[in-house]
Design a protein around this ligand. Structure first.
Ligand SMILES: NC(=O)c1ccc[n+]([C@@H]2O[C@H](COP(=O)([O-])OP(=O)(O)OC[C@H]3O[C@@H](n4cnc5c(N)ncnc54)[C@H](OP(=O)(O)O)[C@@H]3O)[C@@H](O)[C@H]2O)c1
Length: 361
């Protein structure tokens, strides 16, 4: 058998998803080399403060030690040989200077400001695999290139491991016309809604989701609905509706006067909202679900009471997406299943990398 084609990876973000991705890379390395003749090998690994780089490939021991360090909540700056303060753009330029070709930039952060690095990577002929939604949800002028390039993939950004993006691509590429997209796109808010459905007060349900690590450290990052709005925007843009975030109406799960509180104050004041949620749910039939509803001219993400809709069947962190199209008109094409978790999210990123590597000349 000929030598596998080596594809360098620049991995930005070593959190839950980044670490699971590293583990899956090791686990699948030999099988992918055998099956497709490609060998994915990390040349750079970065967190928010430091980076490890080796143009010949970071050794398994180095990667293992780095993952252990991050799992212990420490910084890559503590790793042997780490360089401080390198940005994603610095890493892309470094890879170019080192003569690396066909590299894939893997963004498993949730950071703003990655666009320059990603655009530069594409200009160099590199590819991009994103778990990070933000570069796709910025102003259309900047994001358009990511949606139009065959060297950008982002399956993990919506529905975690569910093949939501691939399914929508398939519909669009085969000439179907998307009419409406609807779904429950947040594992965190799905969990919260399940507990509300079971009769738990809102404040206790949020407290439980936070203590289980389902919410961001500041639960308002989830309760604001902005994460769902970004997912809705990604779907709408991929569907052929190049709208901006301002065309998606977002209904947060807390009032604006709670925006400026500290996290501790916010958690302490949550019981104030319990009676409002109880009254809302008591007044309407069905079960609560935080839904995205998107059409060609805009969308809304909001709490709804649903009865007959498929979303009523969801439990816990499950996601659901339904595509109503010209071909799927009477019965929408629907995906449903686990919508959060580092293993399934990392697998979606890995699959993107495999597809990008196979497409390299
Ligand atoms: N977890 C899931 O179930 C899931 C599902 C679907 C999609 N996603 C998406 O996947 C991404 C990663 O999620 P996660 O749970 O792994 O997050 P996480 O545990 O918070 O990890 C984020 C990582 O990104 C690093 N980082 C932040 N800003 C950076 C920067 N400017 N440059 C380099 N590295 C930077 C952080 O560094 P430090 O360690 O130094 O802070 C950390 O290592 C997010 O966009 C999330 O929305 C996650």
């Amino acid at each position: 058998m000929s030598e596998p084609r080596r594809i360098p990876l620049i991995i930005v973000g070593v959190g839950n998803v980044g670490r699971a991705f590293l583990a899956q890379l090791t686990q699948t390395h030999d099988a992918l080399a055998h099956r497709y003749g490609v060998a994915l090998y990390p040349v750079a690994l970065a967190d928010s403060r430091g980076a490890l780089c080796d143009a010949d490939g970071l050794s398994p021991a180095t990667l293992h030690a780095a993952a252990d360090l991050k799992a212990a909540g420490r910084s890559l700056t503590e790793a042997t040989g780490a360089q401080l303060g390198l940005t994603a753009l610095d890493l892309v330029e470094w890879a170019s200077r080192a003569g690396l070709e066909r590299a894939v930039v893997v963004d498993t952060t949730a950071a703003d400001g990655m666009e320059p690095a990603l655009h530069r990577a594409l200009a160099l002929g590199y590819s991009v695999a994103l778990a990070n939604k933000r570069p796709l949800a910025g102003p259309w002028e900047g994001a358009q290139g990511f949606f139009e390039s065959s060297r950008v993939r982002f399956e993990a950004t919506v529905g975690a491991g569910l093949p939501v993006i691939n399914t929508l691509r398939y519909l669009v590429d085969t000439g179907d016309e998307i009419i409406r997209i609807e779904g429950a796109l947040s594992g965190t808010l799905g969990y919260l809604c399940s507990r509300l459905e079971d009769g738990e007060p809102f404040s206790l349900a949020v407290g439980m989701a936070k203590s289980k690590g389902y919410t961001e450290p500041d639960p308002r990052d989830d309760l604001s609905g902005m994460d769902v709005a970004r997912k809705a925007l990604i779907l709408s843009r991929l569907a052929g509706w190049p709208m901006g975030l301002e065309q998606i109406r977002v209904e947060p799960l807390y009032p604006t006067e709670m925006v400026s509180l500290s996290v501790a104050e916010f958690m302490a004041q949550l019981p104030r909202l319990d009676s409002d949620f109880a009254a809302y749910m008591g007044a309407l039939a069905g079960v609560p679900r935080y839904l995205a509803e998107i059409g060609p001219r805009g969308g809304v993400v909001a709490l709804r009471m649903v009865g007959e809709r498929l979303a009523a069947q969801l439990r816990g962190t499950q996601n659901q997406v339904s595509f109503s199209t010209r071909r799927y008109d009477e019965h929408p094409l629907t995906l449903m299943g686990p919508g959060a978790g580092m293993e399934i999210t990392a697998a979606a990123v890995l699959q993107d990398c495999v597809q990008l590597a196979r497409a390299c000349d």
